[in-house]
Design a protein around this ligand. Structure first.
Ligand code: NAI
Length: 245
């Protein structure tokens, strides 16, 4: 039980990888704050996280792209639980458009969620976490290699690795660790809704598809004291897909 007495916020915790992370941390004793902007999925996820063993769950309706909502989520977590130990920056979305059709607003929509959302929670973590705290950023293999039509997403995920480096450097004197995971193809709604996958532009071998629980296991490790000397790491969880030409 690596997270007994600890409090973890999981953004995008109402679906897919975020839900698997929340259930894994709950199973290991954490009190969980699910921060998501999908109320319907939040209700269902709350029951699932309780069933996974969470001593308590706070469902917080939060758009991570809006700093005031992030502040409110952290304030209600501190109000209810009195501490904050883990933040998992997982909320994310993709958009599919050729570069010549993308607008500045398209870019800002993706960057506001996939990059600034993680920044806003990092800022709150730095303001409120005690030494021993941990932040885990859910990036993507798109931070390293990418496919056509997802330029803002790939850029946001690459920048998230840069944020991980900055956060690990500035967090170290505070006793806060920041690390990133880079999932490959993971069996969630986001993967199968992907127009590149549907159209065959991006071909995914079924042996290269992982489970949300595969990512959750690494996130839990990085968030735990087992990783006490792991700082600023970028851990690929892609079944080796990125190594193949
Ligand atoms: P998902 O679509 O199943 O879940 C994403 C969750 O984030 C949803 O519950 C959604 O409501 C929430 N969300 C989206 N925008 C939000 C916002 N502005 N504020 C609050 N919540 C918001 O997707 P999945 O696959 O679980 O993705 C989770 C993370 O993993 C994302 O950051 C994604 O980029 C990353 N990832 C996923 C991969 C995959 O193959 N599924 C591969 C690589 C990275």
């Amino acid at each position: 039980m690596r997270f007994t007495d600890k409090v973890a916020i999981v953004t995008g915790g109402a679906s897919g990888i975020g839900l698997a992370v929340a259930k894994r941390l709950a199973h290991e004793g954490a009190r969980i704050v699910l921060a998501d902007y999908n109320q319907q999925n939040l209700d269902d996820a709350t029951s699932q996280v309780k069933a996974a063993g969470a001593p308590d769950v706070l469902a917080s309706l939060c758009n991570v792209a809006i700093e005031a909502q992030v502040e409110a989520t952290v304030a209600s977590a501190l109000d209810k639980f009195g501490r904050l130990d883990v933040v998992v920056n997982n909320a994310g979305l993709m958009q599919f458009k050729p570069l010549e059709e993308l607008t500045g607003d398209d870019w800002l929509r993706i960057l506001n969620v996939d990059l600034l959302g993680a920044f806003y929670f990092t800022k709150q973590a730095f303001l409120h976490m005690k030494p021993g705290g941990a932040i885990v950023n859910v990036a993507s293999i798109h931070a390293i290699e990418t496919s056509p039509l997802v330029a803002p997403y790939a850029a946001a995920k690459a920048a998230m690795l840069s944020l991980t480096r900055s956060s690990s450097l500035e967090g170290k004197p505070k006793g806060i660790r920041t690390n990133a995971v880079l999932p490959g193809a993971i069996d969630t709604p986001m993967l199968w809704d992907n127009p590149n996958v549907k159209s065959g532009v991006e071909v995914i071998d079924k042996n290269d598809v992982g489970k949300p629980e595969d990512v959750a296991a690494i996130v839990a490790y990085l968030a735990s004291d087992d990783a006490a000397f792991v700082q600023g790491a970028e851990v690929r969880v892609d079944g080796g897909r990125l190594n193949r030409l």
